[in-house]
Design a protein around this ligand. Structure first.
Ligand code: SF4
Length: 434
């Protein structure tokens, strides 16, 4: 650690006595447009119109693939190079694209205009465009009831999971207000694969939490109500702005570790149950079968993972809860856990469970970080796609962090699959060595 880094670390003592190394240098991450890949699958009557360049179109097309059996629910309106005088044309063109789209696809209920980073797009005020188009299409007969919202997925201001945070933040003002004197309700926040969402909804029902909503909802009309009687539970650790917007509307966050593995999921469900005053004995009875299933699934992976050293480079913002899961439930040793942003309050429960000697870093200075990886030589490095091949070439086993976002990994029944994602590259490395 350089003197400057040591000073930065000393200035930022982490809860529990550990230091946080803050870095502000070159970053290697995907942009926020990537979130469209999972968000368009989740919100089944939404459409994502990226206002961007050919690069944005290529990114989306290669990450989300081509939809062969259904019409796609995302597209890119390509804005070519123009000077400021051409901006009026840009607005007119955007209006024409939106008109055509909504006339052709009357099933669309939410249209997201997604900003990107080419300078021509930055000059466009997409928030205003969304308001103008929203007012127009609310009156139109062909697209009744469509809500038009705007957010930025630009690579200049985001890391890739922030795209979901920005998208959900725009939905919060659209949530209906809780009725006066409404019974306490729970909102689970964060896009999860339907199968995982359904598992959690069943568990909440068995626990006895009756009024449960989900953000984002699968259909625009199912947005849950929000107000002072709403308790919200984050399912993803990268939703800082969404959380702030919910709190502005009176909702209160339930503090919990994130639902990864047997213990993380048990603690997450227990925290929700405690917020609703549910008897602890009942909670233990409801969660015991899932917890046992998850523990048994994890035991299979312990021989491969226990004692192995792991480094996370900052990418998905899932790093801290995943390191907690691997350390406390599988005996792995986190060497460095890097995260693009460290939300101390949201991550407090996971941070407190990390081994005391774990090096936590926030932000990135990619060259310095790679130097630390080379010095540490962990058994496994979790990183973005762009860094994986060079590290593999240096003999280091890697795992693409984006796979952790695209795969169902939350909850009891996915605990084994989550462990498998970390075990596979280690087994592969062992096979290659033989
Ligand atoms: S938003 Fe920016 S970083 Fe993302 S694909 Fe478009 S040009 Fe590239």
């Amino acid at each position: 650690m350089s003197p400057a880094q040591a000073l930065a670390a000393a200035e930022n003592p982490r809860d529990g006595g550990l230091a946080v190394l803050r870095e502000r240098g070159q970053r290697e991450v995907f942009c926020g447009l990537t979130g469209i890949v999972w968000l368009h699958r989740k919100m089944q009557d939404a459409f994502f119109l990226v206002v961007g360049s050919r690069t944005c179109a290529h990114l989306l097309q290669s990450a989300a693939g081509v939809m062969i059996f259904a019409e796609p629910r995302f597209a890119t309106a390509i804005i070519e190079e123009r000077d400021l005088a051409g901006l009026a044309d840009c607005h007119a063109e955007l209006d024409r694209v939106v008109d055509r789209l909504l006339a052709r696809r009357p099933e669309i209920r939410t249209l997201f205009l997604v900003g990107s980073c080419p300078s021509e797009v930055i000059k466009l005020d997409l928030g205003n465009a969304a308001q103008r188009l929203g007012a127009k299409h609310l009156r139109s007969e062909t697209s009744q009831g469509v809500r038009i919202l705007a957010y930025s997925g630009s690579g200049i201001e985001t890391t890739f999971t922030e795209g979901e945070d920005a998208c959900l933040t725009t939905l919060v003002p659209e949530m209906p207000a809780e009725a006066p004197g409404a019974a306490p309700s729970l909102v689970m926040v964060g896009a999860l694969p339907d199968i995982v969402e359904d598992q959690f909804l069943r568990l909440f029902a068995e626990l006895g939490i009756t009024h449960v909503g989900v953000l984002p909802s699968r259909r625009a009309g199912a947005l849950p109500a929000v107000g002072p009687n709403t308790r919200y539970l984050l399912a993803q650790p990268f939703l800082g702005e969404t959380a702030r917007a919910l709190e502005d509307r009176g909702a209160v966050r339930i503090d919990a570790p994130f639902p990864f593995g047997a213990e993380g999921t048990a603690a997450w469900l227990s925290a929700a149950a405690a917020a609703f005053g549910i008897d602890e004995m009942h909670v233990n009875r409801v969660i015991a079968p899932g917890r046992e299933r998850a523990k048994r699934a994890l035991e299979r992976y312990r021989p491969v993972l226990e004692g192995k050293r792991i480094t996370f480079l900052p990418d998905s913002q899932l790093e801290i809860p995943l390191a907690r899961f691997l350390a406390t439930e599988l005996g792995m040793i986190p060497v460095e856990v890097g995260t693009p942003y460290l939300h101390r309050a949201h991550l407090a429960a996971d941070l407190a469970r990390l081994p005391a000697e774990t090096r936590i870093s926030e932000g990135q200075d990619v060259e310095r970080q790679l130097d630390r990886v080379r010095t540490d030589r962990p058994d496994l490095t979790v990183c973005g796609l762009g860094l994986a091949n060079p590290l593999e070439a240096e003999g280091l086993a890697t795992k693409w962090s984006i796979e952790l976002v695209f795969s169902p990994v939350h909850g009891f029944d996915q605990a084994g699959d989550l462990a498998e994602l970390f075990a596979r590259p280690l087994r592969r490395r062992d096979v290659l060595r033989i």
